[in-house]
Design a protein around this ligand. Structure first.
Ligand SMILES: Nc1ncnc2c1ncn2[C@@H]1O[C@H](COP(=O)(O)OP(=O)(O)OP(=O)(O)O)[C@@H](O)[C@H]1O
Ligand SMILES: [Mg+2]
Length: 587
């Protein structure tokens, strides 16, 4: 992560702020004004010291002190005003960013939302917009303060005795110079490395936590997660190297900053040739108080660049989502004539992949036919199924439902045509009723109950504390894989789409569950075109056609009997499958 000279954070932020951008400018100006106001009491302080040193009438001290208090309170009030402006703008920007993102996310190909993608999108919508909000609400006014304060302080230091002022400012400026060499280009690269090291460590840590059951079950130690260990070692090495690299410059910086007092004493000695005058004592005392403030503010400025990098990174992450190409909208609208599915020379390659996941695939499924995709892992079954539901667009070739190219079927119409029951059923943290109703939002409660019954979910509902109103994932309500699958099937039954795609719908089911899932699927698939992906070959025996997919294309097809007779890959797979099932039973 490093600041990109071609990337202007403020113009991006102003774009989102719309009419509220003036609030940001007003907030920044008010913050600078408050910084100047906060310095006025230092002038009062000088006056008080003068009264003390010169032996003037102390009666005036009280009124000077009150003036100082008034300026301080005034400065605080102006600063609060500044924060109000920047907060209003920040909330507006955050809301506008989130709604822009959400609107865009709705148009993205569904394939973008695989497991990693969802996490990244969630982090961007939550964290990156929150980082931008903090930057506008707090960092921008602070930056104004950090810029205004040294100007005001420098003026204060030079007003009373410019010679002492100058001498005090010199070491601070030299120190600041050292600091800037630490913060320069090299520092930006270091910050990028730091962020990378942190990112790697955090994702490896997540991976590690996910893998804890495996680690425990197999009696391994943390060292079996070499990547996690390497990430920690990498970070530790980075931190050590970084500290060693900064040591001389940091030492020089600290020496300069602290040398200020030595310089003041030196000045006092140089200028006191004719003996210490009260004015000289007054000014020296004053400078001893004010100079450290000057160095502290300079240090703050040097570190404020870091925030800029954080927000730039956040804005780029937001941009990376907005730049994902949405699915093209149809040029002409077509309506499917029936429930047949036809793939013609379909190719699909995942972004960044070196070969096609699906290659030159052609097949025709008649309306109402039940077909199965089987084959080795990575053969392209899920990809093909997702292409049919238009999770992403084919790279080459075409897919038609009922004679209409799916790219020409409006998205909501296509979603009505196709139901997809996922490999891992996607249940949301909602009540069972609401989860099932996602299949058809207008459905009545009676219809939902009917769908649940058809999907063999009676036993699940019975054991839940609030029946269909029980919220999944709360108060210890968790469903087993097979149970979740039956609920998703109920959702698909309610949706009643004419084309149904099942990806490994029986994968998690135990024998008892499997029978129920099978029964539920029979109700669901009745009279529909069914495309089923299965590893359990017993479930595909009755299919009208079985397609064996290997390396992204269909290598064999036919009914179970035909394929068995042919003595091909399928027959081998089936024999192996039967053996493994028998082995399990016998074991
Ligand atoms: N999101 C992705 N990005 C890049 N490549 C992918 C992605 N998803 C799948 N692939 C690749 O595409 C190929 C086909 O994968 P696919 O998931 O379609 O296989 P599958 O037949 O469903 O396998 P399984 O039986 O294990 O579910 C594989 O080589 C896989 O590595
Ligand atoms: Mg799959």
């Amino acid at each position: 992560m490093k600041t990109d000279p071609n990337f202007n954070c403020m113009s991006v932020i102003n774009g989102y702020a719309g009419g509220h951008r003036h609030m940001i400018t007003t907030g920044r100006i008010l913050a600078a004004v408050s910084a100047f106001m906060a310095l006025v009491p230092f002038y009062d302080l000088w006056q008080i010291i003068r009264i003390a040193v010169m032996g003037e009438d102390p009666a005036g001290i009280a009124s000077i002190a009150w003036t100082a208090v008034a300026w301080t309170v005034g400065s605080l009030l102006v600063y609060i005003g500044a924060l109000m402006c920047t907060h209003i703008a920040a909330f507006r920007v955050q809301a506008s960013m989130r709604s822009t993102l959400m609107r865009r996310i709705m148009t993205l190909p569904l394939g973008v939302f695989d497991e990693d993608g969802t996490g990244k999108i969630r982090r961007t919508v939550n964290d990156s917009t929150a980082a931008t909000e903090t930057f506008i609400a707090h960092n921008l006014p602070d930056k104004s303060v950090a810029a205004a304060t040294p100007i005001g302080l420098a003026a204060l230091l030079l007003i009373f005795d410019w010679r002492i002022g100058l001498i005090c400012v010199i070491p601070a400026l030299i120190g600041f110079g050292f600091l800037m060499t630490m913060m320069g280009k090299g520092m930006q690269e270091k910050m990028a490395e730091y962020q990378n090291a942190l990112d790697t460590m955090s994702s490896e840590a997540t991976e590690y936590v996910r893998g804890i059951p495996v680690v425990k079950v197999f009696g391994q130690s943390v060292h079996s997660f070499t990547r996690f260990k390497n990430a920690i070692d990498g970070y530790s090495k980075w931190a050590t190297d970084y500290t060693i690299m900064l040591r001389p410059k940091m030492a020089a910086f600290m020496t300069c900053i602290n040398a200020v007092f030595a310089f003041i004493v030196l000045t006092a000695y140089l200028f006191s040739g004719g003996g210490m005058t009260p004015e000289l004592i007054l000014n020296i005392m004053y400078y001893i108080i004010v100079t450290p403030l000057f160095t502290v503010t300079l240090t703050k400025i040097a570190y404020s660049g870091e925030q800029e990098m954080v927000v730039e990174y956040a804005l780029k992450r937001i941009d990376s989502i907005l730049s994902v190409e949405p699915l093209k909208t149809a040029e002409k609208n077509e309506t499917p004539a029936d429930n047949s599915v036809e793939l013609t020379n379909v190719c699909y390659r995942y972004t960044g992949a070196s070969s096609d996941a699906v290659h030159d695939l052609s097949l025709h499924i008649n309306a109402g036919e039940h077909v199965a995709f089987v084959g080795p892992s990575g053969g392209g079954k899920t990809t093909t199924a997702e292409l049919i539901a238009r999770f992403f667009d084919v790279t080459e070739g075409s897919i038609k439902i009922g004679g209409a190219d799916i790219r020409n079927i409006p998205q909501d119409e296509l979603m009505k045509q196709v139901s997809f029951v996922f490999q891992d059923s996607k249940l949301l943290k909602l009540s069972i009723l609401e989860n099932v109703r996602l299949g058809r939002p207008s459905a009545t409660e009676a219809e939902v109950l009917d769908a649940l019954e058809k999907a063999q979910c009676g036993d699940i509902i019975e054991k839940l504390p609030d029946g269909i109103n029980t919220v999944i994932g709360t108060k210890g309500v968790y469903l087993s894989g097979g149970e979740q699958q039956r609920i998703s099937i109920a959702r698909a039954i309610l949706k009643n789409a004419p084309v149904i795609i099942l990806d490994e719908a029986t994968a998690f089911a135990d024998p008892d569950n499997e029978t129920k899932v099978q029964a539920a699927l029979e109700v669901l698939a009745k009279g529909k075109t069914l495309i089923m992906i299965a590893h359990r070959l017993s479930t595909v025996k009755n299919a009208d056609c079985i397609y064996v997919m290997q390396n992204g294309t269909v290598t064999e097809s036919g009914t179970h009997d035909e394929l068995m007779e042919r003595g091909s890959v399928y027959s081998q797979m089936f024999e192996e499958y039967t053996r493994s099932v028998n082995w399990k039973v016998g074991a």
